[in-house]
Write a protein that binds this ligand. Structure first.
Ligand code: HEC
Ligand code: HEC
Length: 293
């Protein structure tokens, strides 16, 4: 057993005790309802794109998009991404609006079970309820696809209830709250931190896999070892607003190189499909300290 796994195990035992005390009932969201007007559904489709859901809930082809199928290899085992089309048995067809929002923002399933953070619900926690509902409404209107993801291949000690303790610890590592003078930068922060979950890859994690908020966007390591560059203030010194904007559109960096790796998929399936305004917002957020000078 790797030292890191042992540490995790020890922490897990302690956390289980903590969790037993803190096992709160999942937050109530029963009053929520899915909107069903065409305008909100269109917004939902756009937000699902901006949320990068397709990167993981891929499906096998266009017909089966969002039915899962991707296997995420991590230090904590392999996670099979589930079906989020509205199939009653294998997808989320039976879910209420409240159940959907609770999963997105709190990582809790319909019967209160804990999700694993391989699903980036910590990032999505900051979503506005209205946005989460619009996304859910659009997903619920998709053609149901029948596909049952295989069970996750996780180590024996990785129990869902431990995530109560993990969530609690992760809460202590949240980045400090920030106030913005500009609505554009504020929108950019929402897209970067919440919907676009840039920090899931670009923020370093501790041994428990918790993103360290104090070093937000400070660069990470992908499971498997590939380095993910920092995109924080210091790292973006050479990047102008325009160069960041162009990067989000076509993946071209200021040094004339095209980006590779998983970022290619982020650009293709997510940032290149944003409205000009939302791409500007992300660029404004990441280069804001330069504009303030
Ligand atoms: C980095 C990969 C990743 C991304 C991006 C992602 N998900 Fe997931 N999602 C997962 C994994 C893995 C699970 C399973 C978690 C578990 O079993 O606890 C999951 C679970 C879910 C569930 C619960 C399904 C169930 O049957 O319990 C919902 C709902 C969901 N995702 C919706 C979304 C939406 C909407 C988006 C985009 C805004 C999204 N996900 C983006 C990986 C991802
Ligand atoms: C799934 C993981 C993942 C997500 C999510 C992600 N990135 Fe990346 N990003 C990468 C990887 C990996 C690289 C390095 C790619 C390479 O090797 O060329 C990268 C590179 C970059 C670079 C180039 C940095 C440099 O100095 O070369 C920028 C800028 C960037 N990402 C911005 C973002 C923004 C903004 C978001 C959110 C909208 C985001 N990334 C979301 C994985 C990710």
């Amino acid at each position: 057993m790797k030292v890191r796994n042992l540490l995790v195990l020890l922490a897990a035992v302690v956390l289980l005790a903590l969790a037993a005390v803190l096992l709160l009932p999942p937050p109530a969201a029963d009053h929520l309802e899915f909107p069903d007007d065409a305008k909100t559904l269109a917004t939902g489709e756009y937000l699902v794109t901006a949320g990068g859901c397709i990167s993981c809930h891929r499906g096998i082809d266009d017909e089966t998009a969002f039915s899962g199928g991707l296997k995420l290899e991590t230090d904590f085992g392999a996670f099979h991404v589930p079906n989020i089309t509205p199939d009653e048995e294998t997808g989320i067809g039976g879910w209420s609006a409240g159940e959907f929002v609770r999963a997105m923002k709190h990582g809790r399933g319909p019967s209160g079970e804990f999700h694993f953070p391989a699903f980036p619900y910590r990032s999505y926690a900051g979503l506005a309820d209205a946005d989460a509902l619009a996304m859910g409404a659009w997903l619920m209107a998709l053609e149901p696809v029948r596909y049952q993801a295989p069970p996750h291949e996780t180590p024996w000690w990785l129990w869902r209830p431990l995530m109560a303790g993990w969530n609690l610890l992760a809460g202590f590592h949240s980045p400090p709250a920030e106030e913005f003078d500009s609505a554009l930068v504020e929108r950019g922060a929402y897209l970067a931190r919440n919907l676009g979950h840039c920090g899931e890859c670009h923020t370093p994690r501790n041994a428990l896999g918790i993103a360290i908020g104090a070093r937000e966007f400070g660069g990470g390591t992908e499971f498997g070892g590939a380095v993910v560059e920092a995109i924080d203030q210091a790292a973006m010194e050479e990047w102008s607003f325009d160069s960041f904007d162009l990067f989000l559109l076509i993946g071209l960096k200021p040094d004339g190189e095209f980006v590779g790796g998983d970022m290619n998929d982020v650009i293709e399936s997510n940032t290149s499909r944003l409205t000009d305004e939302d791409r500007d917002a992300l660029a404004a957020f990441f280069t804001r300290h330069r504009q303030e000078q």
